[in-house]
Structures are given as structure tokens and as C-alpha cells.
Design a protein around this ligand. Structure first.
Ligand SMILES: [Zn+2]
Ligand SMILES: [Zn+2]
Length: 157
């Protein structure tokens, strides 16, 4: 997990180096997306919830992803110019949608016999979990099997 003061410090440093004083940083309360670039308010935000669960590397990458958006501009989206800038400032992740930034960091994928998929950031503690979508109660027929995703799979998510 990342220390929130550390995250704030890194964010301010990135803004100072790559953007200007019209940009600010704050935490937000999102649970499913790691970061956001608000072009109107000129503010970069990171999920307090996910920052406390992600590694320093992951949070740093989230910040780089969003800073690259601020540098490239809203219209660019995840286009070639955004990708060029993102790579240049050190982003190594994929060009994912904001809502899926968190997914690219998920190392573990589990699937049940009926093909429901589950992403986890850490190695799942229980080896014998059953699919909650197939059955609300534990059911051996719907055991989830976990495997580590390849880097290519994560970048494609
Ligand atoms: Zn993005
Ligand atoms: Zn299932």
C-alpha cells in the first residue's frame, strides 16, 4: 500500500516538472478507477481507496497516466500523442480507459467452469473459492481456478 503523503508529494513533483501552477492534485473517493484527469478544473486526482491498496509503483504509474492526459489535452484521448508523452515521462502501462486503469494492474485472473472472470491485485488467499455469480453459497461445482496474468494480458486490459 502507498502512504498518502508520499502519493501527494510525488503528484506535486510531477505537476511541477511537467505541468504548471494552474494544475492541482487531490484524492478522490472512487473505488473502481485509479486516477482521473479533470481538464475543466485542471486537477489530477487519485483514488484514496485504491492508493491505499496499490503498490508505490502502481500509484506512480497511475499518476503518470493522468499527467500525460493533462499534457496531451482532452481531445487526444489515448491517441498516439498521448502514448508518446506517456512513454516519455515513464509510463509503462497500456492505453486503457480510465475506468480500466486499475484492471491493467491486476495480476491474477480467476475463472469458474462457466467462464465468469475475476480480477485480483494480490494472490488470492483462498484456493477454494466458488463463483458467487453461479451460486450465492459455496459450491464445489463452481470452483474458481486462479492463474497469474502475463504482462501482455494486463496491458491489453
Ligand atoms: Zn486514460
Ligand atoms: Zn460462474
Amino acid at each position: 500500500m502507498s502512504d498518502l503523503d508520499w502519493v501527494r508529494g510525488v503528484a506535486h513533483e510531477l505537476i511541477r516538472v511537467h505541468l504548471d501552477a494552474s494544475w492541482s492534485f487531490d484524492f478522490d473517493h472512487a473505488k473502481k478507477r485509479a486516477g482521473l484527469c479533470n481538464y475543466t478544473e485542471r486537477r489530477i486526482t487519485v483514488s484514496r481507496y485504491l492508493a491505499q491498496r496499490h503498490s508505490d509503483h502502481e500509484v506512480h504509474q497511475t499518476l503518470l497516466h493522468e499527467v500525460a492526459h493533462a499534457m496531451a489535452g482532452h481531445a487526444e484521448g489515448h491517441g498516439p500523442e498521448w502514448r508518446r508523452i506517456a512513454r516519455e515521462i515513464g509510463y509503462v502501462g497500456g492505453a486503457t480507459h480510465h475506468g480500466e486503469v486499475a484492471a491493467e494492474f491486476a495480476r491474477w485472473v480467476g475463472s469458474c467452469p462457466n467462464g465468469h472472470e475475476f480480477l485480483r491485485f494480490r494472490r488470492p488467499s483462498s484456493r477454494t473459492a466458488s463463483c458467487a455469480r453461479c451460486s450465492r453459497r459455496f459450491d464445489r461445482r463452481y470452483l474458481i481456478t486462479w492463474r497469474e496474468r502475463t504482462e501482455a494480458e494486463r496491458l491489453a486490459s
